[in-house]
Design a protein around this ligand. Structure first.
Ligand code: SF4
Length: 432
């Protein structure tokens, strides 16, 4: 008889155990165990993987959460969230991102990646409110796709995304102007019908960037469909400008056979992005200098250690990881790919996973027949996702019960229209 292990998926509990001294696991900061309200009014993304990144000056700040929510314990918040959801019934849909903490995800009507969740909201056109337990760009995408009378709510306005914030619209407009000086008019096709450059943005970008892409003949991609989207773009342009995540762009283009030397970098803080004009002219994919601080933590050393300590381990990493990490892994794929790969394993298997720790711990709890661990031994969740504490979820739901909509995220019409065009192009792009 096999005894299945019971695994606690809660990163919060792991952090509390570290602080209490009952766990020897390392963490990037014990500040993670306090409420995010201690950091909401300060500049910075707060404790966790992105805390070293530079937050844009205009990033939203969250107002103070009432003390009744800050001081409530886990069980009380759990009961209040449950009761408010029961009262609201079909009037509200709660969406939980894969990287969200367990104490929030357990209340979600849907759990998925950002695009899966935006689509899930479409199944509830009569819901008055869509409470998106993710980060800012995800709530914007849900607003783009939802009905005009539906309110999309982000429980904590300080939940941005450091990667999305690395490409702001002024920087991208400036880049476009500089590229036109090097490559000529960007909207004029050559004799083969190809324009000089097609802009491609990862879903993890602001609505303003998606709108820019829509206005300039470009397209959105996810980590699941990036290769299909790049094929779409290469059928229409000589090159691609890919933002904000250099790693997803590089890993995807490399797998399609584009040599690394034909992927010049665009650093928005340097003239011509820090590349020479001839490198840009010869470039096939111009990579924006953005990255995810969660996935940048994974290293080849961690993979080698996992292989030494767990012979036969299957290493799967997310394509937001650096190229050398993707090369050293057995497989690379989106969160959806990782989940499906584990679910499809019929024999007990050891998996070392290179993605956000909340998802890895949840997968370990869901599949106790396998040994599943995070490649990064340090307990260090996505800072920005971690801003959605259950206290904020309880607050926005109880406010909805009282007839008040807090923290509504709205995309202006002049941005929304071209952003929807870019999303529609992605939906219409099919693998060959
Ligand atoms: S995991 Fe990375 S890309 Fe995802 S929300 Fe966090 S910082 Fe942004």
């Amino acid at each position: 008889m096999s005894l299945l292990r019971s695994i606690d998926p809660s990163v919060d509990h792991a952090l509390q155990a570290i602080i209490a001294g009952t766990s020897l696991d390392p963490t990037c900061t014990t500040d993670l165990a306090v409420g995010p309200w201690d950091f909401d009014s300060r500049p910075g993304y707060g404790p966790g993987s992105s805390m070293g990144d530079v937050i844009p000056v205009g990033a939203p700040r969250q107002g103070e959460l009432p003390a009744a929510y800050r001081e409530a314990g886990e069980d009380e918040l759990d009961a209040r969230i449950h009761a408010a959801k029961q009262t609201l019934g079909d009037r509200v849909v709660v969406l939980g991102h894969f990287y969200q903490r367990e104490e929030v995800v357990r209340h979600a009507d849907y759990v998925g990646d950002s695009f899966q969740l935006a689509n899930a909201a479409l199944e509830h056109p009569d819901a008055e409110a869509i409470v998106f337990c993710g980060v800012h760009f995800m709530a914007e995408t849900a607003d783009l796709l939802s009905g005009p009378d539906q309110a999309v709510v982000l429980p904590n306005l300080a939940a941005g995304c450091s990667m999305a914030d690395m490409a702001d619209i002024d920087q991208v407009e400036d880049c476009w102007e500089q590229l036109a000086e090097v490559l000529g008019p960007l909207d004029e096709p050559d004799a083969d019908g190809l324009v000089p450059v097609i802009p491609v943005t990862y879903m993890n970008s602001s609505a303003a960037i998606k709108g820019f892409v829509g206005r300039h003949g470009g397209i959105v991609c996810t980590s699941s469909n990036a290769a299909t989207v790049l094929e779409w773009a290469f059928a229409r342009g000589r090159r691609v400008l890919f933002f904000p995540d250099q790693h997803l762009g590089r890993n995807t283009a490399k797998a399609m056979g584009v040599p690394l030397e034909r992927m010049p970098m665009w650093n928005p803080r340097r003239p011509l992005g820090g590349s020479r004009a001839d490198e840009l002219r010869d470039g096939r994919v111009i990579l924006w200098h953005g990255f995810c601080s969660v996935h940048r933590r994974f290293t080849v050393d961690q993979i080698e250690q996992a292989r030494a300590e767990h012979p036969g381990v299957r290493v799967i990493v997310h394509p937001e990881c650096p190229v050398e990490v993707v090369d050293a892994a057995d497989e690379a794929g989106s969160t959806d790919y990782i989940r499906k790969a584990i679910a499809a394993a019929t024999e007990p298997t050891t998996f070392a996973i290179g993605t956000e720790i909340n998802l890895v711990r949840r997968l370990a709890a869901q599949h106790p027949q396998h040994e599943i661990f995070c490649l990064d031994p340090v307990v260090c969740p996505c800072s920005t996702m971690y801003r959605i504490h259950p206290g904020y979820l309880a607050w926005v739901l109880e406010e909805l019960v009282a007839g008040r909509v807090q923290n509504r995220i709205r995309v202006a019409d002049d941005v929304a229209q071209p952003a929807r065009v870019a999303l529609q192009r992605m939906l219409a792009a099919r693998p060959r």
